[in-house]
Design a protein around this ligand. Structure first.
Ligand SMILES: [Zn+2]
Length: 418
């Protein structure tokens, strides 16, 4: 094949790819240039009155005072009275669960089939995106195998609308610790996560990574054993096996833990984030801050208790990095913004709650998201009002763009957003 022919084939392929991408994006493709003109821009750290943002392809090209943003050749989107900000991050979701007020966890895991659960998850993904969450870290399919990985493929191929998805696949629990429980001893009941113990942790971690896990999720404690309440499950050494196997593959580790001892073991094993931390102490939060382990507080899950509030305040006092994450799925998808409201209700300044769901989240997840600045992914939302003054504004989402494609706009709704 001569070079001209090779060039022609390559160009042909490139053009087809662009068209296909545009079609997958629905309507206007990601090659469109936009100038977005809100009342103000929250850049992930600071508010700027009178700024505008230019988007080219899937990236932010420019952000600054509106008079300096060139609209030539761009589609201008006026977003009066709104704050434009980075698409929010949901640090802890379960896209394959639906609200426990509808169906208990046991009944979902035991009685709802895979296709039924995936059908619901398609709706959940759309609800998350349309409520302004453009990235979600999904921490376990709760018995739905590797369906999260294939849902992510469906989103990335433009088959269904949804946020960027980080998957943990099946999650890993200590042998005998998890559920569903309470069956006659002669039955072997499928569990809501994959069991492992001892050095077998290494095989299970690698197997989940092989199936597409972006994060590994461990349960450091659970309601388990003869005593009431949660108790540590994995030893520090077991978690270290898991962390070493995951980190050597470039995969970070998130750990469910509500007991101070489970949290302590997890931190010393070298994990990246701790989920819940309901019974965390000032000592263990100090240890987290020293080891740069972020907390995903999930205040919105299962109702707020005085203990949970005190624990979150102790984490703030210790200077622990907070990644906003709600455990959505235990409550309705799309209500994720409630987590930010609760963080503020517990004493976190609204601007810090916004950072926990944007710039800080981008850093914890090591992704090019969460800031409005040139070069970052054009994951942008506009909310009605100023969320640094009234955090509930994050619930009034008027505009959603992910990777330069508009999914929600005050004007027309693109066809694929329904
Ligand atoms: Zn969870």
């Amino acid at each position: 094949m001569g070079w001209r022919r090779i060039l022609a084939v390559c160009l042909g392929a490139a053009v087809s790819a662009v068209v296909a991408t545009a079609q997958r994006g629905g309507g206007r493709g990601p090659s469109t240039v936009y100038v977005l003109k809100p009342a103000r821009v929250f850049d992930g750290d600071v508010m700027h009155e009178g700024w505008a943002v230019r988007v080219r392809g899937d990236r932010i090209e420019a952000a600054g005072p509106a008079t300096g943003i060139d609209p030539t050749g761009a589609q201008v989107v006026d977003l009066p009275q709104t704050t434009l900000m980075p698409g929010m991050v949901e640090g802890h979701s379960h896209i394959l669960l639906h609200s426990y007020s509808e169906t208990s966890w046991n009944d979902q895991v035991e009685h709802e089939g895979l296709a039924l659960r995936v059908a619901r998850a398609v709706n959940h993904l759309r609800a998350e995106l349309m409520s302004g969450f453009t990235t979600i870290r999904d921490l376990g399919t709760e018995g739905a195998g590797y369906a999260d990985v294939e849902l992510k493929q469906a989103v990335n191929q433009g088959i269904i609308p949804g946020p960027r998805l980080l998957c943990a696949t099946r999650a890993i629990v200590a042998t005998g610790a998890y559920g569903p429980k309470g069956f006659a001893q002669e039955w072997t009941v499928p569990q809501g996560a994959e069991e492992a113990s001892g050095m077998d942790m290494i095989r299970v971690v690698r197997d989940q990574i092989g199936h597409g896990a972006d994060w590994v999720k461990l349960y450091a404690d659970y309601r388990f054993g003869p005593l009431p309440g949660s108790h540590p499950t994995f030893t520090q050494e077991e978690m270290k096996f898991a962390v070493d196997a995951a980190h050597s593959a470039g995969v970070p580790v998130a750990v469910h833990s509500s007991t101070a001892e489970g949290m302590r073991r997890a931190v010393l094993a070298g994990v990246d984030t701790i989920e819940h931390g309901n019974d965390g102490t000032p000592e263990v939060f100090k240890l987290m801050a020293e080891h740069n382990v972020a907390l995903c507080p999930t205040l919105a899950a299962g109702g707020m208790s005085d203990r949970k509030r005190a624990s979150f305040q102790a984490a703030l006092a210790a200077g622990v990095t907070i990644l906003s994450g709600s455990d959505v799925g235990t409550f309705p998808h799309g209500d994720n913004g409630h987590e930010l409201e609760l963080m503020v209700d517990c004493g976190m300044p609204a601007v810090d709650a916004l950072k926990a769901a944007t710039s800080v989240a981008g850093r914890v997840l090591k992704m090019e998201i969460g800031q409005v600045k040139p070069g970052m992914y054009a994951d942008l939302i506009a909310v009605d009002g100023d969320p640094t003054k009234e955090i509930a504004a994050v619930r009034r989402v008027k505009f959603v763009m992910k990777a330069g494609t508009v999914y929600k706009s005050p004007g027309a709704q693109p066809a694929n957003s329904q």
